[in-house]
Design a protein around this ligand. Structure first.
Ligand code: ZN
Length: 136
């Protein structure tokens, strides 16, 4: 292994309505949304809420063919993915591919907050949509 997992970067939660969900997380749970951003390549608007060393990411679809829209259609709102921060995402993808892990993204793509991200297929990870992310 030539890459290293640094920590759980964030947990992605699929929601129908960002403003509605924000009421719960901010007013009832007491978190604060510090950044919102629309990521065109993923057809989502994201809202990040720091929770100490990691974050919660709310994801709302901006189009019907967005992965988040499909997730909600199939399973309803809820935890959609788990993101691990790695030290080198290119090395990670090469290592994982060599190990036979099914990659959704063969090369990293831009994520929210300037991160480089890539998803691994749940069929290779025990049922979890796993995101790798690298932030420099
Ligand atoms: Zn994410």
């Amino acid at each position: 292994m030539v890459f290293k997992v640094l920590k759980i970067d964030h947990i992605g939660v699929a929601v129908r309505d960002l403003d509605e969900s924000a009421k719960f997380w901010e007013n009832i749970i007491g978190l604060n949304i510090t950044a919102t951003e629309t990521v065109e390549s993923q057809k989502v608007t994201t809202a990040f809420m720091p929770t100490g060393d990691s974050e919660l990411e709310l994801l709302a679809a901006t189009a019907d063919d967005s992965a988040v829209a499909k997730f909600i259609e199939n399973k309803g709102e809820g935890i959609q993915h788990l993101a691990l921060r790695v030290d080198n995402i290119e090395n990670a993808l090469a290592d994982l591919k060599a190990a036979g892990v099914r990659l959704i993204d063969e090369v990293p793509r831009p994520g929210a907050g300037g991160a480089k991200i890539a998803f691994l297929h749940p069929k290779s990870t025990g049922g979890i949509l796993l995101e790798l992310c690298q932030r420099d």
